[in-house]
Design a protein around this ligand. Structure first.
Ligand code: ADP
Length: 195
């Protein structure tokens, strides 16, 4: 059985994590942020070290270990009773991150909709990321060069997913609005997509 899935999509700093956490508190929604799965690894874990090596440069972790880690994580959520795929909609944030990952997950995910938090203000995104660097102790957000690289990787590798899944699944939301207005717009779309 494939997981019924909605994707939170958008550039780093667009607000996917903030909105995803809120959606995850609603019954029958299970939020999973791939970056959080990586950050929960200890530095003693070999993949934890690979993660630090890539993320500190603003690059994506290679696809095979990423998908393997994610599959293990979601299966453990299922077996521990945190995620109930029969009744829950999976809210994915940060995965798949490129077309190859989407292909690898084709047999696992039934993607029903993509919520694209669209941000045109480059400066606003950078500012948000730098604020987060201090608050959440994120090395990858602290340095302007790394932020620029991360935004380039997003444009080149992640954005093509919009075409891969097809425009019909994409719902665009203006992420420059306040978080509460973004949430209102998101809930309007989600309630239609998941009824
Ligand atoms: P952001 O949305 O701000 O880029 P994330 O927490 O989603 O932050 O990701 C932080 C870092 O974790 C990424 O820059 C990348 O190195 C790694 N990462 C997260 N998800 C993936 C993924 N699906 N594939 C490869 N690398 C990933």
């Amino acid at each position: 059985m494939k997981y019924r899935t909605i994707l939170l999509f958008g550039a780093p700093g667009a607000g996917k994590g903030t909105q995803g956490k809120i959606l995850g508190t609603i019954p029958n929604f299970f939020h999973c942020a791939c970056g959080d799965v990586f950050r929960s690894l200890s530095a003693a874990n070999p993949l934890g070290r690979v993660f630090i090596e890539y993320s500190s440069r603003g690059q994506l972790v290679p696809d095979e270990p990423t998908i393997e880690l994610w599959q293990q994580f979601i299966e453990s959520c299922e077996s521990s009773g945190r995620f109930h795929p029969e009744t829950d909609t999976l809210v994915l944030d940060g995965i798949p991150r490129n077309v190859h990952q989407a292909e690898m997950l084709k047999g696992t995910l039934d993607v029903r909709a993509i919520f694209y938090l669209h941000c045109t203000q480059f400066d606003g995104m950078v500012e948000r990321l730098q604020r987060r660097a201090l608050k959440e102790n994120r090395l990858d957000d602290a340095n302007l060069e790394v932020i620029r690289d991360r935004l380039k990787v997003y444009d080149k590798e992640t954005k093509p997913l919009l075409n891969y899944y097809g425009r019909k699944l994409v719902r665009r939301i203006d992420s420059t609005q306040t978080p509460v207005v973004v949430l209102r717009d998101l809930l309007t779309h989600v309630s239609k997509a998941c009824k």
